[in-house]
Design a protein around this ligand. Sequence first.
Ligand code: ATP
Length: 213
Amino acid sequence: MKIGLFGGTFNPIHIGHLALAENVTASLGLDMMFLIPSKIPPHKSGSGIIDPVKRLKMVELVAEGLGEKFKVSDYEIAADGVSYTLKTLKHFRRLYPDDEIFFACGTDIFASIHKWHAYEELFKYANFVVVSRSMVSFGKMLEAIPERLHDIVIREEQFAGEKSGRVILHEMPPVDVSSTDIREVLEASYRKANLPDVVYEYISEKGLYRGDE
Ligand code: ATP
């Protein structure tokens, strides 16, 4: 099987996240795609990050409309301590020892891969699928990462079915949206912005992102 993992703060989940999840799932022919909200992202400061249980709930509401390949994992939110990706990859490798695993992320995130906890070990457990985001081109991302990683970077059409160890560059039409922009819009004027309907309904109902949390 081909198993996709898509981790994020999802603060809140938006149409750019959906585009990535759906596009990667279709293009790589994934059998399952797990959306994995993180509890305490190691690379982000704690401020402005709302309660993990509410972020998880919004991801669940969105996943309900995505079809049966899409699953939500509370592994990081339920675990103790910081959400290290290494721990998550080891967990999914234990669940799927013989399968191809793909961890999806944007170029902005992968550009600092060498700052992640024990980053060289990550590739033992999964492939990475890196999606172009307008603020960081593939070229800029490649310049930012250690040169020795360039050997494992391939274009999607070169992928030969490895279970782990590759960094696959995945092109998709850019969806120029971020949670930061959405939080700003919500704080200023409480409009739906680029949110899925169910997420905006939940945010309105609970009065989230009003700037007073
Ligand atoms: P923030 O603005 O709060 O930093 P974000 O919008 O970047 O958040 P995250 O939850 O931090 O969202 O991102 C989770 C993952 O989704 C990352 O790998 C990120 O690169 C990717 N991602 C986020 N927005 C988009 C988008 N519009 N298009 C493609 N990938 C995206």
